[in-house]
Design a protein around this ligand. Structure first.
Ligand code: FE2
Ligand code: FE2
Length: 153
C-alpha cells in the first residue's frame, strides 16, 4: 500500500493542476519506498532530483495560471513555493555532500506540507480563475520526465 492514497478531497477543480498534485503524491510515495528499501545513494539522489524537477515544473505552471488570472495573494503564494523549493534543494545538497541523511520522516514532512498547501492555498486559486480559463491546457508546457520542460518559459 502506498504511503498516501490520492483522495478526491485533494482535487481543487482545475484538471491539470489536480493531475500535477497527483503526480507529486506519487513521487513522494516513490521517494518514501526508495528511502525505505534502497541503500544505494544513487537511487535516492535520482528520486530526489526527480521530485525537485517535477516540483519546479508544477510550481511554474501554477504560478502561470495565477498570473494569467491576476489571482490575489500571488506574491505570498510564490514565496511559499520558493521556500519549499529551497527546502528540497537543501535536502538534496546535504545528502549529496554527505552532510545529511534523508529519512522517511523527511518525506512525511514534505507530504504534510504539500497536502496542507493544496487544501489551504491552492484551493483559493479556483474561485479566481475565470470559466474560460479553468483549464491550463492552453499552456503548451508539458513535462518530459527528464527534468526539462518542452517549451521555453
Ligand atoms: Fe501552490
Ligand atoms: Fe500546487
Amino acid at each position: 500500500m502506498p504511503l498516501t492514497e490520492w483522495d478526491p478531497a485533494y482535487n481543487i477543480g482545475i484538471k491539470e493542476i489536480d493531475e500535477h498534485h497527483q503526480k507529486l503524491v506519487e513521487l513522494l510515495n516513490k521517494t518514501y519506498d526508495i528511502i525505505l528499501y534502497s541503500t544505494k545513494k544513487r537511487d535516492i539522489e535520482q528520486i530526489l532530483k526527480e521530485l525537485i524537477d517535477y516540483t519546479n515544473y508544477h510550481f511554474a505552471a501554477e504560478e502561470h495560471v495565477m498570473k494569467e488570472n491576476k489571482c490575489s495573494g500571488y506574491r505570498a503564494h510564490v514565496n511559499r513555493h520558493n521556500e519549499f523549493k529551497q527546502q528540497l534543494n537543501a535536502l538534496y545538497a546535504g545528502y549529496h555532500s554527505g552532510e545529511a541523511f534523508v529519512s522517511t520522516d523527511v518525506v512525511l514532512f514534505l507530504r504534510e506540507w504539500l497536502l496542507n498547501h493544496i487544501l489551504k492555498a491552492d484551493i483559493k486559486i479556483v474561485s479566481q480563475v475565470l470559466p474560460p480559463h479553468t483549464s491550463i491546457s492552453g499552456n503548451s508546457a508539458s513535462f518530459s520526465g527528464s527534468g526539462t520542460r518542452s517549451d521555453s518559459p
